[in-house]
Design a protein around this ligand. Structure first.
Ligand SMILES: Cc1ncc(COP(=O)(O)O)c(C=O)c1O
Length: 455
């Protein structure tokens, strides 16, 4: 095995090599021994990555892949964009960390930039920075409890909030819920999942019955006085489930009437991902009281944001801090990311390229019976695989196989959904049209191959 530390140099000291030359097999063996097995990896032989540039990543054995999942929508623009990497490196040489006990220019500038991206008329202006989507959602829930003096939270089935105590308790997926729910006072409302409608209805004749269900949920599972309703504009881990357009317009007024707040989790949908708008919720004509962001915010550096109105922010009782929250390096990465997003008009680009991707996926659905549903917004498109379009039996094993076939074809995509049968296609948003063509052509071949396989 290679020594990760270089030989002594002229100063007589050893120095860490940034890049070592371990093979995938060597890395896997070391990871098996020292990483907790609870960490979920794609593929039975986990992929070991070593380099990234734009839409491409290279594995430790020198193979190059077209990355259409971007580290779970987190490499929002592309890997190691020179502009962002230089800003990070310069910041690392200038000032790396101070904790939130002190202030610095970059966190203030970032908070101002974030405020400018909030939905018009929402009044959302003040930010709290942390390092993960989990923490952003936990802070949002804390804020809602503080200002309302209430405790009950309504979340959606099929939702994902992360792995904190609130987040796991509100988990809408048994698979991601390793411990019994710990936090009382959480109601899980049926999801607006049209393809598998919890009420057995079809849109639009259903008149969005799932939205009306909020009245039932309030009356039967809460005291009628919730602190908040929390939802993702598009259920991400849930398999890119897009609610009907009218959904939030039915739910939110009822939540507000009951005195609750609306927490909008934009961890996956934020920063232009859904096309046309900066925020996913802007497609739905409702205004959140609190919003959370993470993933694409800082192109992969740990960064999460909870944004709210000055009034709600002021209601937080007691002291709080987040040691790493908005540290100078993460803040500069976020500012550099936003700068490029503004310059390239990422919401418009996501809308344009998202339409192309969607048209291609719809065409694949016409061709391959394995596809039961195509759904999504902008550059976040889901493809739900079923064994039979009538019974809608989830094609979970074929979805696994398909990811492997795509890997063999050197294209990376994600998967999700309660049954693990929904392909998640969400390339970095600077993807080129030709790269979408390449992805679609490989998906076409892989679907044909997987449909024939015995599983
Ligand atoms: C919608 C949503 N919220 C919260 C989280 C938690 O984020 P993190 O993994 O950064 O804690 C995720 C993670 O996938 C997410 O998709």
């Amino acid at each position: 095995m290679n020594d990760p530390v270089s030989n002594k140099s002229s100063d007589g000291k050893t120095h860490l090599k940034v890049l070592t030359n371990m093979t995938s097999q060597e890395v896997r063996a070391m990871a098996r021994e020292y990483l907790m097995p609870a960490v979920f990896n794609y593929f039975s032989e986990p992929l070991v990555l070593r380099r990234g540039a734009g839409l491409h990543v290279e594995d430790a054995d020198g193979n190059t892949y077209l990355d259409c999942f971007g580290g779970i929508l987190t490499v929002g623009l592309g890997h190691c964009l020179p502009e962002i990497s230089s800003a990070i490196a310069e910041q690392a040489r200038t000032l790396g960390h101070v904790s939130t006990l002190y202030q610095h220019e970059w966190i203030a500038r970032l908070a101002q930039a974030v405020a400018q991206k909030m939905p018009a008329g929402s009044g959302l202006k003040q930010s709290f920075f942390t390092s993960s989507g989990t923490e952003a959602d936990e802070m949002a829930v804390m804020l809602a409890k503080n200002i309302t003096g209430r405790h009950e939270i309504i979340a959606l089935r099929h939702s994902y909030s992360g792995r904190g105590m609130y987040a796991v308790s509100a988990m809408g997926h048994a698979t991601w819920r390793p411990i019994p729910p710990q936090m009382p006072g959480i109601s899980l409302m049926p999801a607006p999942y049209c393809y598998r409608c919890p009420f057995g209805l079809s849109y639009p004749s259903c008149d969005v019955r799932c939205g009306d269900d909020i009245k039932e949920v309030l009356a039967t599972t809460t005291t009628g006085a919730p602190a908040a309703f929390i939802a993702e504009p598009v259920l991400g881990v849930g398999g890119f489930v897009v609610p009907p357009r009218e959904y939030f317009q039915k739910v939110i007024p009822e939540v507000k009437k009951a005195g609750g707040l609306f927490i909008c989790d934009e961890v996956q949908t934020g920063w232009g991902r859904t096309g046309t708008h900066w925020n996913g919720i802007e497609h739905f004509g409702v205004k959140p009281d609190i919003m959370t962001f993470a993933k694409a915010t800082a192109s992969g550096l740990p960064m999460a944001i909870t944004v709210t109105t000055p009034e709600i922010a002021a209601a937080f009782k007691g002291l709080t801090l987040a040691t790493y929250g908005g540290n100078p390096i993460s803040s500069i990465a976020a500012l550099a990311t936003l700068h490029i997003m503004d310059r390239e008009d990422i919401p418009a680009r996501s809308a344009r390229l998202g339409s192309k991707l969607r048209a291609g996926l719809d065409a694949l659905k016409d061709k391959h019976a394995l596809i039961g549903d195509v759904r999504g917004m902008g550059l976040m498109q889901g493809v739900e695989l079923v064994e039979d379009r009538k019974t809608k039996q989830p094609a979970t094993q074929r979805a696994n196989l398909l990811l492997n076939v795509m890997k063999r074809r050197r294209v990376l995509i994600g998967k999700g959904g309660l049954y693990g049968n929904t392909l998640r296609v969400a390339p970095p948003m600077l993807v080129e049209e030709s790269q979408l063509d390449e992805l679609l052509s490989h998906l076409d071949g892989a679907l044909a191959e997987v449909a024939q396989a015995t599983v």
